[in-house]
Ligand binder design. Structure first.
Ligand SMILES: Cc1cc2nc3c(=O)[nH]c(=O)nc-3n(C[C@H](O)[C@H](O)[C@H](O)COP(=O)(O)OP(=O)(O)OC[C@H]3O[C@@H](n4cnc5c(N)ncnc54)[C@H](O)[C@@H]3O)c2cc1C
Length: 449
């Protein structure tokens, strides 16, 4: 590395990009983040993201310690159970998850909007909104210039694509790296958590993550999201005094409209949805979800009927094709920009965070003079590609996120459904198998010994 500190340009102020920006700034590396959204509140970010040990460890490594504590304090109540339900809300399995006493080795429920506000905290001078990246140029002097739709440019020593599934950087840098439709569609909804909606849920469902294996290939997942603040944004009684103090001081609260809610997502193979589903919004989408779940328990249907119309969102599930290694340079990629995965195992954001921490570690070595910047990028890519695409493959083959899954076939689908319910049922009832299931869950999500 030269004696001049590098300047890193990050495209995209999402989960991975902002985590990297924090890490680089803490390491004294100059960084700017360019985001197409116009404001810090724009975008449909009201949904849950599960952050496991891999993601929490990366956040602890990159964020200033007090901000990591704010992250912990802003999480929703952690799930205590992992349940498997039928569409009639009969519990076929329930596993007890571990308590959330450890800051890293636990499974946390995080609101996307809240996480975004946490990650934007203290980054006002680094993040530039309303800057849609259009193309870059790599120069012979080792610099790289990013061009934005508003006609402005930014020049630095490294360009990092953290611009998500439809990455414009990837399109230019690795045009052969493609994403593809996984063949399933989700309808995501958010229902306000009130005394009434809470009563519609059995206790283990209210306190857990519940996967719904419905007949006819209709699947669902339900999470209850309860935060330390009430509907007016005031801290609830009983919040730990240390958390209360942190949250009182945290300026991000003023930007975060997240309130207690129930996330209910229903999904199936795309063949079950009308051709125009991606254009539907609001009440039309909720009515569609209700039509697709006619045989579901009345309480689940009441929840859908009570969903906030503005929250209903169709999501076409996407995956990516493995990319052979390329010759590293002054452009690199992280997160969904390189390895978009289906939500089957809930690890896309965790993997983006892992990438950010790894890239940051490598760039610190370059700054320390242990390797050149491009060598650091090459070492990052050599490690990231295998684990990233392994997660892509695992995710596609889990939880029916692949539209070609047996679950969605006319006759074998019924057998596949019975097989899946049977597997979870037996596993949860035999203590040795249940323990192994829970151990494997945390190991996969990156628990440390
Ligand atoms: C239904 C669903 C549930 C999921 N649940 C989980 C879960 O429980 N756990 C988990 O780990 N993962 C989950 N994921 C995956 C997770 O959401 C993603 O993997 C993660 O957000 C990727 O982070 P990222 O930083 O790579 O991209 P993003 O967070 O998507 O950020 C990309 C950013 O780039 C910006 N951008 C895009 N184009 C441009 C441009 N041209 N110029 C400037 N800025 C641009 C975007 O506006 C955005 O802010 C889920 C995904 C889905 C669809």
């Amino acid at each position: 590395m030269t004696d001049r500190l590098p300047h890193v340009i990050i495209i995209g102020a999402g989960t991975g990009g902002l985590c990297l920006a924090h890490g680089l700034r803490r390491a004294g590396i100059r960084v700017s983040v360019h985001e197409r959204y116009r404001t810090r509140g724009e975008g449909l970010l009201g949904y849950r993201v599960g952050i496991g040990p891999t993601g929490s460890r990366a956040l602890r490594e990159c964020l200033p310690p007090e901000l990591f504590d704010v992250f912990l304090a802003t999480c929703a109540r952690s799930p205590r159970y992992f349940n498997v339900l039928t569409q009639r809300m009969r519990r076929t399995a329930s596993f007890t998850l571990r308590p959330d006493t450890d800051p890293v080795n636990t499974e946390r429920s995080v609101a996307r909007m809240t996480l975004r506000q946490v990650l934007l905290t203290g980054m006002e001078d680094v993040v530039r909104f309303d800057q849609e990246f259009t193309r870059y140029e790599q120069r012979d002097d080792g610099t790289v210039t990013a061009h934005f739709a508003d006609g402005t440019t930014a020049t630095g020593d490294l360009l990092v694509a953290a611009d998500g599934t439809h990455s414009a950087v990837r399109r230019q840098y690795l045009p052969h790296a493609v994403t593809r439709d996984a063949g399933t569609i989700n309808i995501a909804t958010r229902i306000p958590l009130t005394a009434h909606t809470r009563k519609l849920l059995p206790e283990r469902v209210e306190k857990g993550i519940s996967l719904i294996f419905g007949t006819g290939g209709m699947m669902g997942v339900l999470h209850v999201m309860e935060f330390p603040w009430d509907r007016d944004g005031a801290l609830k009684p009983g919040v730990h005094p240390a958390d209360a103090e942190l949250l009182q001081r945290w300026p991000g609260r003023a930007h975060d409209p997240t309130r207690d809610n129930i996330n209910l997502i229903v999904w199936s193979t795309a063949r079950r949805f009308p051709a125009d589903v991606m254009r539907l919004r609001g009440d039309e989408l909720i009515q569609l979800a209700l039509r697709l779940t006619r045989t579901w328990h009345p309480n689940l249907r009441e929840l859908l009927a009570r969903a906030e119309p503005g929250s209903a969102l169709p999501i076409r599930v996407t995956t990516s094709e493995p990319v052979p290694p390329w010759k590293s340079s002054t452009v690199t990629l992280l997160g969904d920009a390189i390895h978009t995965m289906t939500p089957g195992r809930g690890v896309g954001a965790n993997t983006a965070l892992r990438d950010a921490a790894l890239l940051c570690r490598q760039l610190r070595l370059a700054v320390a003079g242990d390797k050149t910047l491009v060598e650091a990028v090459a070492d990052y890519e050599a490690a990231m590609l295998p684990y990233g695409f392994a997660r892509v493959a695992d995710s596609l083959n889990r939880s029916g996120t692949n539209g070609d899954d047996r679950m969605y076939k006319p006759v074998v689908g019924r057998l596949a459904l019975l097989g899946a319910r049977g597997y979870f049922g037996v596993t949860s009832r035999v203590p040795r198998l249940a323990r192994k299931f829970v151990d494997d869950f945390y190991t996969y999500r990156g628990e440390e010994d």
